[in-house]
Design a protein around this ligand. Structure first.
Ligand code: URA
Length: 246
């Protein structure tokens, strides 16, 4: 028996349309496998090979699951906690072992992705991925326009200057921040650097993923479309991903 699955079947399962539509993608030369243009009749192993359509990675690993959780305050971002505290993983009823992508502090609320797809997790948390993360922040006092400008332009933290950020004042003492880095306690430290300690921090968006209807403590599966948008947002090409350490 021939090894692997027919490429058009893998692509159809990943949401690229019917098998016939996927055959057309292949014959148009828009599909690559491990960096080489695919041919009709190719068989693939989506777990180990890098498959791209129009240069973008496909979410094609069989058995991969992707959840979006609205993390409540007081829950820790880890797989399990020796002290028995609630973890993000314990809040998601998944049939397979999953892990969080990146981390939110115990007192931070909001959106976090959990998956068993190590490839996507690595791409999303890689410093070069540059995926935007949006936060709503309640701070002590009411930052002045000059303080907000400092946040936008970059502030000095003990591990270096922060990159330019989008910052806007939503209401008195409430800011919306969009950052592309993922340093430890970054938003708290940025606000501290302008002398406005964080009172409450909520992540409201991860790249293209947002969901204002998900209540704290609830989770849901990401749709195929959302996973595809997430893959697109990491902006890493097939060449970078195929040389990525596993
Ligand atoms: N920035 C922080 O300070 N904390 C988080 O949990 C996330 C971003």
């Amino acid at each position: 028996m021939e090894e692997g699955e027919r490429l058009q079947k893998t692509l159809a399962r990943a949401g690229y349309g019917s098998r016939r539509a996927c055959e057309i993608l292949i014959t148009e030369g828009r599909v690559t496998v491990d960096g080489r243009t695919a041919q009709l009749g190719n068989r693939v192993d989506a777990l180990t090979q890098t498959i791209c359509v129009d240069g973008k990675l496909t979410p094609s690993a069989p058995g991969a699951v992707y959840y979006l959780l609205n993390k409540p305050e007081g829950v820790i971002t880890t797989v399990d906690d020796p002290q028995g505290r609630p973890t993000v993983v314990s809040l998601v009823d998944a049939p397979v072992r999953i892990f969080p992508v990146g981390r939110l502090d115990m007192n931070t609320e909001g959106l976090i992705i959990l998956t068993n797809d190590g490839k996507l997790a690595h791409l999303l948390t890689h410093p070069s991925s540059g995926v935007a993360k949006e936060y709503l922040v309640r701070v002590e006092g009411d930052p002045s326009p000059a303080a907000i400008r400092r946040l936008r332009e970059g502030v000095q933290l003990d591990d270096g200057m922060t990159a330019p950020a989008q910052v806007s004042r939503v209401s008195e003492g409430v800011l919306r921040l969009v950052i592309h880095e993922g340093r430890n306690r970054q938003v708290r430290r940025m606000c501290s650097a302008i002398d406005h300690e964080v009172i409450r921090l909520v992540r409201t968006r991860i790249g293209p993923i947002q969901d204002a209807t998900l209540s704290p403590g609830s989770s849901r599966l990401l749709s195929i479309g959302e996973v595809r948008k997430l893959m697109d947002s990491v902006g890493i090409t097939e060449n970078a991903s195929s040389t990525m350490p596993s």
